[in-house]
Unconditional design. Structure first.
Length: 141
């Protein structure tokens, strides 16, 4: 960890828009947007969630579905910060590239953006058939 990472930020505080917390928020927003796109393409109503409570203007299902994807952003931000103090603007340019990462999925490799589509489709299949084993989540290797 760099000296810059040893900040007052001892806990996750969403919505700060500064430092590591702000960078995490930005990265998670990128994942959430990709999940929203896929949910819409597969006919889901993103406002109706499973674990997250629907609030006005929220996308509770997208928040539920993106939870297991957060480690992808966490890892990329850790690598990004290992170079020392780096500005938010640089992270904003780099963070979107997480969707282009090659990830193991279905015994193959595919880009995370495509893997999210496979994940959401498998979520639909698992839910409709009441067969949780059909769920395919892009996991870190």
């Amino acid at each position: 960890m760099s000296e810059w990472q040893q900040t007052e930020e001892k806990n996750r505080v969403p919505g700060t828009r500064e430092g590591v917390n702000g960078m995490l928020d930005y990265g998670y927003a990128i994942l959430r947007t990709a999940v929203l796109r896929s949910l819409a393409a597969h006919g889901f109503i993103a406002a109706i969630g499973i674990a997250h409570t629907a609030k006005a203007g929220s996308f509770a299902l997208a928040d539920d579905v993106m939870e297991p994807l957060r480690p992808w952003i966490d890892r990329e931000l850790k690598v990004f910060l290992q170079g020392g103090k780096r500005p938010m603007q640089e992270w904003m340019r780099q963070a979107v590239s997480v969707l282009q990462l090659e990830v193991p999925m279905n015994r193959n490799k595919m880009r995370l953006l495509n893997a999210i589509d496979v994940y959401v489709r498998s979520f639909a299949d698992a839910a409709m058939s009441h067969t949780p084993s059909l769920l395919k989540i892009p996991m870190l290797p």
